[in-house]
Write a protein that binds this ligand. Structure first.
Ligand SMILES: [Zn+2]
Length: 479
C-alpha cells in the first residue's frame, strides 16, 4: 500500500488489506477510432479533485458512513477517503451533500429504449410482440440513438455501470452502434452481443458479429471501460430450442472466453424446471449470469450456488409484466451473487435505479408481510457492491475506498422531495430522483455536475431518438 492511502483513509484501512490496490492507475484515455467508428468523444479529461465536507456512504461495511469527510480522486482512482484524507486538485464543496458509489446496473435492453412505455394493454400490444415487430425494422443508427438515450438517462440518474443486453444484433454494425453509444457517453459498461429480433428458434445466431468484436475488442474497449459478453437465447424462447441450435452459441462464447447471460425461469408460475435443465446440461458456471430466475425451487437454488452463476433481478419489469415476485432474500441467503437491473424502458417507462431498488426492498417486505424484512442499506448494497460482485467488477468499483476506480455520485437533498436529511440510507433509497443527482463521476471523469450533464447534448439526444422512432413508424406503416 502506498503511503498516501494509509494516511488518507481513516480508521483501519490497513486492516482490510488494500495492498496492491494503489497500483491500479491506468494511462489516460487515448483518442482512438476503432473499427465501426467508436470514435472521438467530448468526454472531459480525468483530472484531480477533492470533494470536501460531504456525508460519505462508503458502502464498505468496515467503514460505514463518514460525516464531514472528503474523497480525493486523481487520474481516475480514489486516492483517499475520510475525515483526515489527503486533498489535491480542484476543491469541490460537498457541504450538505451525500456522496456514495455510483449505481451498478446489471441487465438492460438499452437498444429498445426508443420504445419507452410502448408495451400496451392488450396481448397483441404486449412487450414481446411489440419489440419483435419494431425491432426488426431498426437500422444501426436507430440502435445508436436508442442506446445513447439510455446511457444519457443512466448517467443522469446516477448509474455509473450498465450491462447493455443487446438482443437485436442484426449485423456487426448494429452491435458497433450500441458500443459506440456507450463509448461516447463515457459510462462503464458490458456490451452483451446477442441475436437479431425475429430470428427463428430453429436457427443458431450468426457468430460473425461476436467473433469480429472479440477479435478486435481492445479497439472497442476504451482501455477496459467497456467489456464484451454474449447474450444467449438459452434453451427456451417461446418454446424449447433444440440443442443443435443453442449449444454451438454457448460453446463459441466459452471458446472466445466471454461471459454468458441468459433469460431463464422468468415467470414464477409458467417456467418452472428450467434451471434444473440448464444444470443437467452443464450450461451454468461462474461465467453465466441468469436473468430473472423467479421460477426457482430450493433445490435449484442449490444448483445455482454450486455452479457459481450469478443472478440479475429486475423488479420494475418483473412486477409490471406479471412474472411474480423476485426471490432476493432466498438468493442472498445462499450467497449467490445478485444484482438489480432496469431490463427495458418499453415496460418500465423511466429508468431510475433508485426507484427499482426501492421496489426490490418493497417486494421483499410485501412477501414477508414485514416492515423490516430488508433494510434500506441492504437495498443500496444491491445497487452498488452486490451488483458489482455479480458482474465481476467488485475489485474495481461498488464501494468508495482508496485504490478503487472513481465511480461515484453526489446527491443534493436541496429540493422539495428531500429537503431534510433524516436517516441517509432510507432517504437516498426512498426519495432520490434524477434531479437530486448533482454530480456523477465515472473513472474519474465528471460526467454530470451541478445537476447538468457535461458531455451530452441533451436536446440532440432527444431529437435523435424522436427522429429514429419516427423513421421506424414510417417503415412499419404504424401511425
Ligand atoms: Zn431482459
Amino acid at each position: 500500500m502506498c503511503e498516501i492511502c494509509r494516511r488518507g483513509f481513516i480508521g483501519g484501512a490497513a486492516a482490510i488489506g488494500l495492498a496492491g490496490a494503489c497500483g491500479m492507475l491506468s494511462s489516460p484515455l487515448k483518442a482512438q477510432t476503432p473499427p465501426g467508428g467508436t470514435g472521438s468523444t467530448r468526454l472531459p479529461a480525468r483530472g484531480e479533485f477533492t470533494i470536501t465536507n460531504a456525508y460519505i456512504m462508503t458502502m464498505e461495511r468496515d467503514f460505514g458512513d463518514l460525516a464531514g469527510a472528503s474523497v480525493h480522486v486523481r487520474d481516475g482512482e480514489i486516492v483517499a477517503v475520510g475525515k483526515a484524507a489527503t486533498s489535491g486538485g480542484e476543491t469541490i464543496d460537498g457541504t450538505g451533500m451525500i456522496v456514495m458509489p455510483g449505481l451498478v446496473e446489471t441487465h438492460w435492453h438499452m437498444w429498445n429504449t426508443i420504445f419507452r412505455s410502448f408495451a400496451g394493454d392488450k396481448p397483441e400490444e404486449g412487450y414481446f410482440p411489440t419489440v419483435a415487430r419494431f425491432g426488426q425494422q431498426m437500422t444501426p443508427d436507430d440502435i445508436f440513438q436508442s442506446t445513447r438515450l439510455a446511457a444519457a438517462e443512466a448517467i443522469n440518474s446516477g448509474m455509473t455501470y450498465v450491462h447493455s443486453w443487446c438482443h437485436n444484433v442484426r449485423s456487426t454494425a448494429h452491435a458497433e452502434a450500441d458500443i459506440r453509444a456507450l463509448a461516447q457517453a463515457g459510462i462503464r459498461a458490458r456490451h452483451s452481443c446477442g441475436w437479431p429480433q425475429g430470428l427463428p428458434d430453429t436457427q443458431s445466431a450468426d457468430q460473425a458479429p461476436i467473433e469480429t468484436l472479440a477479435k478486435n475488442w481492445k479497439d472497442y474497449s476504451r482501455e477496459g471501460l467497456l467489456t464484451l459478453g454474449m447474450g444467449w437465447r438459452g434453451q427456451f424462447r417461446a418454446g424449447p430450442i433444440k440443442p443443435e441450435v443453442y449449444q454451438p452459441e454457448f460453446d463459441n462464447a466459452r471458446k472466445l472466453g466471454l461471459p454468458i447471460t441468459v433469460h431463464v425461469a422468468s415467470a414464477a408460475h409458467r417456467q418452472a424446471g428450467q434451471i434444473e435443465l440448464l444444470y443437467k446440461a452443464k450450461l451454468m458456471g461462474k461465467d453465466v449470469q441468469l436473468i430473472h430466475a423467479l421460477a426457482v425451487t430450493p433445490a435449484e437454488l442449490d444448483m445455482i450456488e454450486e455452479s457459481g452463476a450469478s443472478i440479475s433481478t429486475s423488479p420494475g419489469s418483473e412486477l409490471r409484466i406479471g412474472y411474480g415476485y423476485p426471490l432476493i432474500s432466498e438468493i442472498l441467503a445462499k450467497r449467490i451473487p445478485i444484482g438489480v437491473s432496469i431490463d427495458t424502458s418499453a415496460l418500465t417507462g423511466s429508468s431510475n435505479m433508485f426507484g427499482v431498488l426501492k421496489l426490490a426492498r418493497d417486494s421483499e417486505n410485501a412477501r414477508a408481510e414485514s416492515e423490516f424484512k430488508m433494510t434500506a442499506r441492504r437495498a443500496l448494497e444491491l445497487g452498488t457492491i452486490e451488483g458489482a460482485r455479480a458482474m465481476g467488477i467488485d475489485d474495481q468499483v461498488g464501494t468508495l475506498r482508496p485504490g478503487k476506480r472513481a465511480d461515484l455520485i453526489m446527491i443534493s437533498p436541496n429540493a422539495l422531495n428531500m429537503a431534510v436529511v433524516t436517516d441517509p440510507a432510507h432517504l437516498v433509497l426512498e426519495a432520490t430522483t434524477p434531479e437530486n443527482v448533482d454530480m456523477v463521476v465515472v473513472d474519474g471523469r465528471i460526467l454530470k455536475r451541478g445537476g447538468k450533464l457535461v458531455a451530452v447534448d441533451t436536446s440532440e439526444v432527444i431529437s435523435g431518438a424522436r427522429t429514429a422512432l419516427a423513421g421506424i413508424r414510417e417503415r412499419t406503416k404504424w401511425r
